[in-house]
Design a protein around this ligand. Structure first.
Ligand SMILES: [Zn+2]
Length: 352
């Protein structure tokens, strides 16, 4: 693998109110290292360019402008995380694998950079508290879907627990789940709430028993090696055990970004921004074909595909009209976009 260090110029943001966030972006850029890799799913080096750095910067500027008009200013910078400031910088280039249709960054951040980025992503107690309150409510839906798919699940593992919202919802449903996350600040917060979360990666885990289920919600697309994660998950699951992943649908992103400058622009922009897909701030972008191939190659059989939207991202710093706008957009999406037509997709699979 070829590895290079890229000195990134400060990412230009046209919205002066977010200056503090810009300095955080510049700090992150100085630490980031990149490498050129083949497709993480099928190993092919044949790929088609989808978006370059200038395209992605224009998209991110639309994200900033979109949220700027909807915030109740002045918003403390710490509350901008995961709306206008993401853990990873915008990609230099997004490409689609010519063989399996997977969308990925090329060049991409090295595994060491990915681990450091999420390990050092420390936030304040109030931000963790806000995330925990929202997630422990919204993750009840994932618990219900998991039990509907496999009612026998009792003992499980969550990868990327963050502050423990899913663990709290699982505990409430009488399930015994433990969690892992590489962010020590988030896991310490979860531990203070009495939740069993360890600070480590899936590859570093050494459990004493097999699991009924392993779940990875909104984290799978940010792992440094998704193939390795699937193989490790297969080893840690008992026969017939469940792997559930929730991922961004890159086919949704590539389809709707083409409408950002035509008559569909207001609708396309809403759907992409409310689901954190504009600018595609993720490491991996799955399609039905690429995720099916990854799971099959790792010894899994897909049992259920559930299309969904991202959970609500508006909060107390969002104008009331904007909260309504997000709610209406996502309700319409839930009614009209099912399965792999949806912006986010949950896939439930069992070991073969
Ligand atoms: Zn591929």
């Amino acid at each position: 693998m070829q590895e290079t260090t890229v000195c990134t110029a400060v990412w230009y943001c046209p919205v002066p109110r977010f200056f503090m966030a810009k300095t955080a972006v510049a700090r992150l850029a100085r630490k980031t290292k990149y490498e050129l890799t083949p497709c993480a799913i099928c190993g092919s080096r044949e790929a088609v360019a989808v978006a370059n750095r200038a395209d992605l910067q224009r998209e991110m500027e639309r994200v900033w402008t979109f949220h700027n008009a909807r915030f109740r200013h002045p918003v403390p910078p710490k509350y901008l995380t995961d709306r206008v400031v993401f853990s990873q910088l915008p990609a230099w280039r997004l490409v689609r694998c010519a063989s399996c249709t997977h969308l990925y960054r090329s060049p991409r951040e090295t595994p060491e950079t990915v681990k450091r980025t999420y390990s050092e992503d420390a936030l304040s107690e109030s931000v963790y508290e806000s995330a925990y309150a929202r997630q422990s409510f919204f993750y009840r839906a994932q618990v219900e879907r998991l039990l509907a798919f496999a009612g026998r699940v009792q003992h499980g593992l969550e990868v990327g627990s963050y502050t423990g919202g899913f663990l709290a919802a699982a505990l409430e449903a009488g399930l015994s789940f433990t969690g892992i996350d590489v962010n020590p600040g988030a896991t310490a917060f979860g531990a203070r709430h009495g939740l069993p979360i360890a600070t480590c990666s899936l590859e570093e885990l050494n459990p004493s028993q097999m699991y009924d289920a392993i779940v990875i919600w909104n984290t799978f697309e940010q792992l440094s090696d998704v193939k390795s994660a699937c193989l490790v998950a297969n080893r840690l699951l008992r026969k017939g055990g469940v792997l559930a992943v929730r991922v961004p649908n890159s086919a949704f992103y590539t389809r709707w970004r083409h409408h950002l400058n035509d008559v569909w622009a207001p609708w396309a922009e809403r759907m992409l921004v409310h689901n954190n897909l504009l600018g595609f701030p993720y490491r991996e972008g799955f399609t039905a074909r690429s995720l099916s191939r990854l799971l099959k190659d790792s010894g899994f059989t897909i049992g259920r595909v559930q299309g969904d939207t991202l959970v609500r991202v508006s909060d107390g710093w969002t104008k009331r009209a904007a909260v309504l706008d997000e709610w209406v957009t996502k309700e319409l999406q839930r009614l009209t976009q099912r399965g792999w037509e949806a912006p986010w997709v949950e896939v439930y699979a069992t070991t073969s």
